[in-house]
Design a binder for this molecule. Structure first.
Ligand code: ATP
Ligand code: MG
Length: 375
């Protein structure tokens, strides 16, 4: 997969820029706050229609302009695609593929695949469970675009059920037995939908982590010289033994029944994949608690290289790799390992404030783009 051109119009601090890419290695060079990460963010948006830095389109639009636009030209499977996202500061986005309007996100997602590795990713180990859930979900979005509907539906149902529980809490109802027949019916409707979508989300998260684990482990072996063994453990909020839809749904149902009165008391939904946890274990110890900074970096690097490989295996195309400020986070040995592992197969975009990290050979083959004040 190869991105040949990017146009940014009133996007972040870019007013109007056209950037042509002519290499598989692109170094985006500039001082702080010039627009390096913004450029990677634009590529990420073309890929998953989401930014890892904001979920408000208003933030993406240049100052007080009323709209912003990102356009990209990409080649995959020997076909060329022209993509564009027009986002008003307020209101609905307009998506186009090959100059034709697209009404469903799902028809846009999956054309550009990316793996982003930024200094923020170190939070994957130390950060909140939500951070890890988002990470898996973003990977799923790329592998199965239909997941965007599933997670959206799940979040919608969760919100509806939560507001019902909150309303009941306000009314002082803390016992299921005290609910009126109509409220029970209403609760049932949301519960059935919750169970259906919870099961979909959980099965997919499990499936993707099962596939990622051996790949990430191999990279981890390589980087740590086989001294440490990596495990990725998925802890669904409702545990189940077999990948059997009926069994999983029954377990969720039972858990909801058990927790109903506590949920009424607290006014929130306590059961479901919004409370899943993902754990990284190195040599039988939970990385979050015992990992040194260096171990955590090795871990995140292995996860990212595993993601890259998984996407390539499933999609049959090499995803774009976006490395935002990571060189500064890695020691010399890991920097070199990362660059060596990539070879020349993946089109790689690397942001940096200076060129000291790169060897002569890389500097010769790379395209260096200087960014200054959004230009
Ligand atoms: P660093 O090296 O510190 O990571 P960077 O080059 O990656 O810097 P970016 O995050 O790409 O910096 O860009 C930040 C700049 O973009 C800041 O100057 C910020 O004020 C500006 N900026 C962000 N959003 C907008 C917006 N909506 N309109 C105008 N400028 C914006
Ligand atoms: Mg940056």
């Amino acid at each position: 997969m190869y991105l040949s051109k990017l146009n940014l119009n009133y996007f972040r601090n870019y007013i109007q820029s056209e950037i042509n890419f002519s290499s598989n290695k692109i170094i985006i060079l500039g001082n702080n706050a010039q627009g390096k990460s913004n450029l990677l963010e634009a590529i990420q948006l073309l890929s998953c229609l989401k930014s890892h830095r904001t979920n408000k389109d208003l933030d993406l639009v240049y100052r007080d302009r009323i709209y912003g636009e990102i356009k990209g030209e990409i080649t995959r499977n020997y076909a060329d695609y022209s993509l564009s996202i027009l986002f008003p500061a307020k209101g609905k986005r307009e998506l186009k593929v090959n100059y034709e309007k697209i009404s469903r996100n799902i028809d846009f997602l999956g054309i550009v695949n990316t793996v982003l590795f930024s200094s923020l990713d170190l939070d994957l180990v130390k950060g909140s469970p939500e951070y890890r859930r988002n990470w898996v979900d973003n990977l799923l979005l790329q592998l199965e675009p239909v997941f965007s509907y599933i997670i959206k539906e799940y979040n919608h149902v969760l919100k509806q059920r939560n507001s019902l529980l909150k309303r009941l809490k306000k009314q002082g109802i803390t016992n299921y037995e005290d609910l009126s027949q109509t409220t029970i019916l209403e609760l049932n409707i949301w519960e059935n939908k919750l169970i259906e979508n919870a099961c979909r989300v959980m099965r997919r998260r499990k499936r993707v982590l099962d596939k990622l684990e051996p790949l990430a482990r191999l990279w981890h072996d390589k980087i740590s010289n086989k001294t440490e063994k990596l495990e990725i453990i998925y802890h669904p909020n409702v545990t189940y033994d077999r990948d059997d839809i009926q069994e999983i749904k029954q377990k969720i149902q039972r858990e909801i029944e058990d927790k109903r009165n506590t949920e009424l008391l607290m006014g929130v939904t306590l059961v479901g994949p919004h409370r899943d946890e993902i754990e990284f274990v190195i040599n039988k110890s939970v990385a979050r608690n015992y990992g040194s900074q260096g171990q955590q970096r090795t871990l995140v690097l292995s996860l990212k290289l595993g993601e890259l490989q998984l996407i390539e295996q499933i999609i049959g195309e090499t995803p774009l790799l976006l490395l935002d400020d990571v060189m500064a986070e890695l020691d010399l040995q890991r920097q070199q390992q990362l660059l060596d592992c990539l070879g020349n197969r993946f089109q790689t975009f690397i942001t940096t404030t200076h060129l000291n990290y790169f060897d002569e050979r890389l500097l010769q083959e790379a395209q260096i783009i200087r960014v200054e004040k959004g230009k």
